[in-house]
Design a protein around this ligand. Structure first.
Ligand code: CDP
Length: 227
């Protein structure tokens, strides 16, 4: 994949060098994205939603008429991925969810996307969210957060998001799709979803976005007092 885009940031926070990596992992719709964006803004670090990489690879395969579970087709799509693919407007929704989970189970796809993710954080630090940021992509990250919430609450949030976009989905279907994808993500051989041994676990079932952010920032400051 082509080099990461240059992201303008305000410059390093005083006294902090080098710029840190904040790794945020967890299952679908646990609140990683909202949290990651807030932390990124607060610490003036670039943000990468790594799920978009897998979603874009899945889309490329579907577009070419292929099967996202086919290793040859998926690896070719991952190698051909360009930064502009991440701006596509069709990376969300049930079809993109399933295609992303299928390509993400293929080791060759993950290998093809590794350097892009590492380079993204190399120069200026970064906040990255995904499934394997703290375990595989940045195992030495000084801050690792593993965000969870009950399946029911996560499905409810995703259902509300879909409804807000005008998609008329059944809550039961959203719940079942999510259960299936979580099982796939956790059971796969290549970089399965699991908390790193040194991750801070944060359950957001009963936390709104502001409370989750406050709890996450306490964990960040415990690990990085200069931030
Ligand atoms: O937004 P949501 O939590 O539903 O999903 P996402 O973070 O965009 O990830 C979509 C899919 O990509 C996941 O179900 C995983 O299979 C895969 N993924 C992954 O394997 N590793 C990552 N670092 C990020 C996503």
């Amino acid at each position: 994949m082509s080099p990461p885009p240059i992201i303008a940031i305000d410059g390093p926070a005083a006294g902090v060098s080098p710029r840190p990596i904040i790794a945020i992992d967890g299952p679908a719709a646990a609140g990683k994205g909202t949290l990651a964006r807030r932390i990124s803004a607060a610490l003036r670090l670039p943000y990468l939603d790594t799920g978009l990489l897998y979603r874009a690879v899945g889309r490329r395969v579907l577009e070419a008429g292929g099967d996202p579970a086919d290793p040859l087709a998926a690896e070719a799509a991952a190698r051909a991925l360009a930064a502009a693919d991440l701006d596509r407007h069709d990376l969300r929704g049930p079809e993109a969810d399933a295609a992303a989970a299928a390509v993400a189970a293929i080791g060759g796809v993950r290998a093809a996307l590794l350097a892009f993710q590492r380079n993204f954080g190399a120069a200026n630090g970064a906040v990255l969210d995904g499934r394997d940021i703290g375990t595989v992509i940045f195992p030495d990250a000084p801050v690792k957060l593993f965000i969870t919430a009950s399946l029911e609450e996560r499905a409810r949030r995703r259902w509300l998001e879909l409804r807000a976009k005008g998609v008329d989905a059944e809550l039961a279907t959203v719940t079942e799709d999510m259960r299936l994808r979580d099982t796939q993500d956790a059971a796969r051989v290549a970089a399965p979803l699991r908390p790193a041994d040194d991750a801070v676990l944060l359950d957001t079932t009963y936390l709104d976005a502001a409370a989750a952010f406050a709890a996450a920032m306490r964990a960040v400051r415990e690990r990085l007092p200069a931030m």
